[in-house]
Design a protein around this ligand. Structure first.
Ligand SMILES: NC(=O)c1ccc[n+]([C@@H]2O[C@H](COP(=O)([O-])OP(=O)(O)OC[C@H]3O[C@@H](n4cnc5c(N)ncnc54)[C@H](OP(=O)(O)O)[C@@H]3O)[C@@H](O)[C@H]2O)c1
Length: 340
């Protein structure tokens, strides 16, 4: 039997509750020609998945979508054998098919993993889509230089921790914004940011101003809302900003927070770019991996994961991630990881 989580009802605004998801079962599928059956080890939980549900992207009764790390059980794909590890999109499910005809977002291309390159869990994090997101937004779009002041929101999260470290390696002065003080401490002490302020503090806007005495040259936006409002008056003329994500708005009913934010920043002379990682996979994924994987292996780039245990833990871990009760990139391990 293949257990999977699916939506039990229309997703409530703003965030999922205890009844939003339910477990169902189906027979374990058999791979057709050009397909492989894989068993899920890690399920990646990401903010965009709530958007998929709110927008009704997922067919009713289907397993909730997610990027996954899995192990091949049976293969009818040349070059892929039982026991191999793969990046794929099994979703919130114990098993899934990959290969010809298996529906998936076009840019989430399944691939065989090399466990020698890094922990296999990192294939949905720093050595995969999230690392590429940080790289594309920070390096390719914002191009930080020595002496720039760079601000990163959701700084301890899956994308933010990488984005800030990449800017630090360029010689920029990096200021993080995070929630709980433990996260702020981690960002400074472990990741080497120059400062980190908590958006939960009643003096947040003043704290951010004090942490950026020469203004802001680059802003890597993950959050929006009051966090963006605190950054806005600090922009220097000619500053660069990438809108990577706006998680504080993912529970909104309607509105276009991205357009409003862009207009407000552009009115202050900021060069604003939107970011969609899917636009960079084909052109930059391999080069990104070749450059960043050695930094992760050497510890020059650090990466914290928040790994929860067990299939049943998925919905609660998802809700925690959306509300900031995670600490690092959120994953759930639903089967043993034989590489550990
Ligand atoms: N453009 C792309 O192609 C692309 C690709 C991947 C991800 N993204 C975006 O990147 C952003 C980060 O994603 P991630 O996977 O790395 O998630 P994450 O940062 O690991 O987790 C989400 C974090 O957002 C923060 N947060 C949530 N609600 C908030 C609020 N109201 N105010 C302030 N902070 C809030 C929380 O951190 P604190 O506890 O520190 O507040 C929470 O831990 C998201 O916006 C996501 O949509 C974009």
């Amino acid at each position: 039997m293949n257990r999977y989580w699916t939506l039990a009802k229309r997703p409530p605004p703003p965030w999922p509750d205890a009844d939003t998801f339910e477990i169902r079962g189906a027979p374990i599928p058999s791979p057709g020609p050009g397909q492989a059956l894989t068993r899920t080890i890690y399920v990646s939980l990401d903010p965009y998945q709530w958007g998929y549900k709110r927008r009704g992207v997922e067919p009713e009764g289907a397993p909730c979508h997610a990027r996954t790390v899995a192990q091949v059980v049976e293969s009818r794909i040349d070059g892929l054998s039982p026991g191999d590890f793969v990046f794929c999109t099994n979703g919130w499910a114990e098993y899934g098919l990959m290969g010809e005809g298996v529906p998936r977002p076009g840019y989430m291309v399944p691939r065989k993993l090399d466990p020698a390159q890094g922990r296999i869990s990192q294939a949905v994090g720093v050595l995969g889509m999230l690392g590429l997101t940080a790289y594309a937004g920070m390096i390719l779009q914002c191009d930080p230089r020595a002496g720039d002041t760079v601000v990163v929101s959701a700084a301890s999260g899956g994308v933010g921790q990488i984005a800030g470290q990449l800017a630090r390696m360029r010689g920029a002065r990096v200021v993080g914004i995070a929630g709980h003080p433990d996260k702020c401490r981690y960002v400074v002490e472990e990741l080497g940011f120059n400062a980190c302020v908590s958006h939960l503090s009643p003096t947040f806007a003043d704290d951010l101003t004090a942490a950026c005495p020469t203004g802001v040259d680059v802003y890597f936006e993950n959050v929006g809302g009051p966090v963006f409002q605190a950054v806005l008056p600090l922009f220097n003329p000619g500053a660069r900003m990438t809108i990577c994500g706006l998680i504080s708005h993912y529970g909104d009913e309607g509105g276009d927070a991205g357009a409003a934010e862009r207009a407000a920043a552009e009115a202050r002379g900021v060069h604003v770019q939107n970011l969609f990682v899917g636009n960079y996979v084909e052109s930059h994924h391999d080069a990104f991996l070749a450059e960043v994987a050695p930094w992760v292996a050497s510890g020059e780039v650090r990466y914290r994961e928040d790994i929860r245990e067990g299939f049943e833990a998925i919905p609660a871990a998802f809700a925690d991630m959306l509300k900031g009760a995670n600490f690092g990139k959120t994953l759930v391990r639903i089967a043993p990881d034989p590489t550990l």
